[in-house]
Design a protein around this ligand. Structure first.
Ligand code: C2E
Ligand code: MG
Ligand code: MG
Ligand code: MG
Length: 286
């Protein structure tokens, strides 16, 4: 019986390993084609100035419309791509596309708009990416001051000194640097002193538990810390009016979440910028 169970377990393990390997191969074989054949596209989630009740910017989020798998979530393919050298091509594709949308479709409607892009921590290790990011901005004619780079820590940064060097160069060029998912296992307080940081994005896990329990003081403390350091904060994943009110009471400056607006095509973002809705009516936007 035990032998039987052991065998089953082994089979199960073997199968899930195979599945994982298979999934990895599918993604890595498919990503070049995705880039070449326009299977990737961007959606934009509005970021609100919580004190002034206006949209101050948006976060660009990549999507993959796979010819056979359908819509694939970045949460499933980014971790695989960032373990390969293809992360560089993907990052530059996102940057180029975002620059064009910003320049042609967003900035004409909203001059002070700030667009956030996700850059995976592993991509910071690449010398060529470091230079090509700035080259892309000047080629596309977009001012670095309109962009923010969210450093996502899906895997720990391999070389923190190298990362700091790259980020410093980008910051000197006028880009602003945010730490994404702040407070989770992947980010750490030590980044605040070892990296050039302009802001923190407070992870959704803190915001979703804001009412229930001990998370309130934690968010309050992150906000206080940011004020002391003179950096900005963006609360992620605001889903309820209660969370929004609590964050306002804590004097949080910026926020995003399904309550305020879901990720949307650029055309829809443009409409929203042309016909702004007061925040307390914003439930109808999501
Ligand atoms: P992230 O940068 O932390 O992005 C926020 C994620 O939370 C997005 O998921 C967004 O759709 C989702 N979200 C926003 N508001 C809410 C809310 O109120 N409730 C809930 N439950 N979720 C909310 P998405 O688009 O699936 O992206 C997942 C992750 O994939 C991102 O997390 C980011 O780490 C990564 N990613 C997305 N686009 C890119 C990209 O262009 N480059 C890189 N390197 N990573 C990307
Ligand atoms: Mg992000
Ligand atoms: Mg995040
Ligand atoms: Mg995340």
């Amino acid at each position: 019986e035990a032998k039987q169970a052991g065998r089953n377990r082994f089979c199960f393990f073997e199968q899930s390993m195979n599945q994982r390997v298979h999934e990895h191969l599918l993604v890595l074989q498919g990503i070049d084609q995705a880039l070449a054949e326009h299977q990737l596209f961007l959606e934009y989630q509005p970021v609100f100035d919580l004190q002034r009740d206006v949209i101050s910017g948006a976060e660009a989020l990549v999507r993959w419309r796979h010819p056979r798998q359908g819509l694939v979530s970045p949460a499933s393919f980014i971790p695989i791509v960032e373990e390969s050298d293809r992360i560089e091509a993907l990052t530059l594709w996102v940057l180029t596309q975002a620059c064009r949308d910003l320049r042609d479709r967003i900035l004409p409607r909203a001059p002070g708009f700030k667009l956030s892009l996700n850059v995976s921590g592993v991509a910071l290790q690449s010398d060529s990416l470091r230079d090509r990011v700035l080259e892309t901005l000047s080629r596309e004619g977009v001012s670095p001051a309109s962009l923010r780079l969210e450093i996502t820590e899906t895997t720990m940064m391999r070389d923190i000194e190298k990362s700091a060097e790259t980020l410093k160069l980008w910051q000197q060029a006028g880009l602003r640097i945010l730490i994404d998912d702040f407070g989770t296992g992947y980010s750490s307080l030590s980044y605040l002193t070892s990296l050039p940081i302009d802001g923190l994005k407070i992870d959704r896990s803190f915001i979703s538990q804001l009412q229930q329990s001990s998370q309130g003081p934690v968010v309050d403390a992150i906000l206080a810390l940011s004020r002391t350091l003179g950096i900005e904060t963006i609360a992620e994943g605001i889903e309820t009016q209660e969370q929004l009110q609590l964050l306002r009471q804590m004097r949080a400056s910026h926020g995003q979440g399904y309550l305020l607006g879901r990720p949307m095509p650029v055309s829809q973002l443009r409409t929203l910028l042309e016909h702004p809705q007061p925040l307390h009516h914003s439930g109808i936007m999501s």
